[in-house]
Design a protein around this ligand. Sequence first.
Ligand code: GSH
Length: 259
Amino acid sequence: MAEYLEVAEARDLPGLRLALTAGVPGPWGEAAKGVFYVKRIPFVKVRQLPGEPNEELKAWTGHDNAPIAVYENERPRTTWTEILFLAERLIPEPALIPADPAERARMFGLSHELCGELGLAWCRRLSMIHELLSKVPEGSPGRAMAQRLGAKYGYEPKLAETAPQRVAQILTLLSEQLREQRERGSPYLIGERLSALDIHWAAFAAILDPLPDDVCPLPPFMRQQYTARDPVVREALHSGLLAQRDFIYQKHLELPLSF
Ligand SMILES: N[C@@H](CCC(=O)N[C@@H](CS)C(=O)NCC(=O)O)C(=O)O
């Protein structure tokens, strides 16, 4: 289990503080950890609780979700792009944003499809909320949590029904990119070296097919929730994509996961 500080313990510390959802391998949080890990940028973990008011975090950063990166007394960075640019500035090498403008545009486009609004993880979250609301009984705490997260992240039943199709489209796009890169002889998703896109895909695959328990220990209910079962999504999630995730974790990221 990872060591978390409470906001009150962390907010006056120097250096980098990273608020993360405690106990969950949240894709945005794991991606931020991966980016800092690859650059060997040390940080302390600060506890965020999913779906809760997180009042102290909000008072400190203006936000109540995760991840949030706060470096020294700079403004908090909350989005995947802000966190990536912060890491690039603090330790430029290894660069995770391609120098070549065409590669850079492709990387940000594909990463947006994974991490952005209505991207892969956003849509998977809509599906998870949809499933919870369809089976968790009225009046239960699990239902109240799903409703809170639904209100926060734009849940509407009609939108959730189209989410698996959109996830499958994004997976197909990523598979095509992987195939082209293989044909060029590159083991990475962009260019010839590791980029943020490789880290994003490795971290975000967790909400489709989490790594096994020996490296990503999850309570059964959480593993069940994180595992995509929709046939359209399963079909698009071909084994090459998961092998790519495994390669990036084994070669570049920290295992076992600690959240
Ligand atoms: N700010 C991030 C996304 C952060 C995000 O969606 N966080 C979710 C992860 S599921 C979260 O903290 N959920 C729990 C909560 O809102 O309490 C970005 O746009 O890059």
